[in-house]
Design a protein around this ligand. Structure first.
Ligand SMILES: C[C@@](CO)(OP(=O)(O)O)[C@H](O)COP(=O)(O)OP(=O)(O)OC[C@H]1O[C@@H](n2ccc(N)nc2=O)[C@H](O)[C@@H]1O
Ligand SMILES: Nc1ncnc2c1ncn2[C@@H]1O[C@H](COP(=O)(O)OP(=O)(O)O)[C@@H](O)[C@H]1O
Length: 284
């Protein structure tokens, strides 16, 4: 394996099709019910297994996120420690996803590192073991490791596989960074949505409990939603800043994109219930 580069491991974005805040725990974290679906758009990574123990990241992210904070290196280090693997890896990242956009790019990168290196190092950890390591890096890492659309509960660690419709999405990034921690610390965040059963969650109208607050604090998010809602049913993902509209066809989503004001960034992608990472693993 050494010196061979294993290329194009996908780290897809996720959308929170709904996000309910059910309460606040004693440790300050919030109990959530949220529906995760993947899209066929995201970062990619190449890996080289090395005999030397070093973990090296090649990316253009270092100015924004120092290596010591990068979830990619943290994930690789955690797997090395948990498995006792003696070698190392070089990792090349192609960063596509905006950071702090509610698309889960950092968590997805971490999940792909855990899954890919577990395969390439042949360390043999189960998905459950990888998810437990991943949860320490971020609340959304387990769903990316599991690779299947899911209702998540707790702080994101309890997953139930679901198969929602797979429409096309126009995902808009309003070019503003929303801090997840600040949203959850905001006194005006509603925290009292009752916990519902899976059946009622799937059949009731979908909402994001963070959306109103974030739209009030960030006019760019409000503007993006106000524009998109004229074209399609639309919501915010996660704690923002990205918003997404659902379309029946790729062409309809592209038609809306063609009319979008230049103040936003955007992409069109397909909703998928089996993540590209999981699809790749199934082909190994
Ligand atoms: C709420 C979600 C939904 O997908 O938002 P996005 O980050 O995707 O927008 C995620 O679960 C976020 O996951 P992640 O971004 O990994 O959050 P973390 O780093 O674990 O937490 C950042 C901070 O948000 C707060 N936090 C996070 C998750 C949670 N269930 N309750 C919280 O109160 C905590 O103050 C924590 O310090
Ligand atoms: N590989 C990574 N990719 C993106 N963000 C990272 C990465 N490593 C660490 N981070 C940190 O995690 C934060 C959240 O990133 P991201 O997951 O993209 O946002 P969100 O949770 O809103 O979807 C970033 O602002 C950045 O400081």
């Amino acid at each position: 394996m050494t010196d061979t580069i294993s290329r194009n491991w996908p780290a897809p974005a996720k959308l929170n099709l709904f996000l309910h805040v059910n309460g606040r725990r004693e440790d300050g974290y919030h109990e959530l019910q949220t529906l995760f679906q993947f899209v066929d758009h995201g970062d990619t990574m190449d890996f080289k297994v090395t005999d030397k123990p070093e973990l090296i990241l090649h990316s253009d992210m270092a100015e924004l996120v120092p290596d010591s904070d990068n979830l990619i290196l943290k994930a690789a280090k955690s797997l090395k420690e948990a498995s006792g693997y003696s070698g190392g890896a070089e990792i090349w990242l192609t960063k596509i996803l905006p950071m702090g956009g509610g698309l889960g790019g950092g968590s997805s990168d971490a999940a792909t590192v855990l899954v890919a290196l577990n395969a390439l190092w042949q360390t043999g950890l189960t998905k459950q073991q990888l998810a437990a390591i991943g949860l320490k890096l971020g609340a959304d890492v387990p769903v990316f490791i599991n690779g299947l659309a899911a209702l998540a509960e707790g702080v994101g660690e309890k997953l139930e596989t679901v198969t929602p419709a797979e429409p096309w999405y126009l995902v808009i990034h309003p070019k503003v960074h929303v801090c997840t921690k600040a949203v959850f610390q905001d006194p005006d965040l509603p925290r009292n949505t009752p916990k519902l059963t899976l059946n009622s969650l799937m059949s009731n109208p979908w909402q994001n409990d963070c959306e109103k607050l974030v739209a009030e604090r960030y006019p760019q998010v409000a503007n993006a939603l106000a524009w998109l809602i004229e074209y399609a049913p639309s919501r915010m993902t996660g704690t923002g800043a990205c918003v997404f509209g659902s379309f029946d066809t790729q062409q309809n989503a592209l038609n809306a994109l063609a009319e979008m004001p230049a103040e936003f960034d955007a992409f069109v992608a397909k909703g998928i219930n089996i993540s590209p990472l999981e699809q790749r693993l199934r082909q190994l």
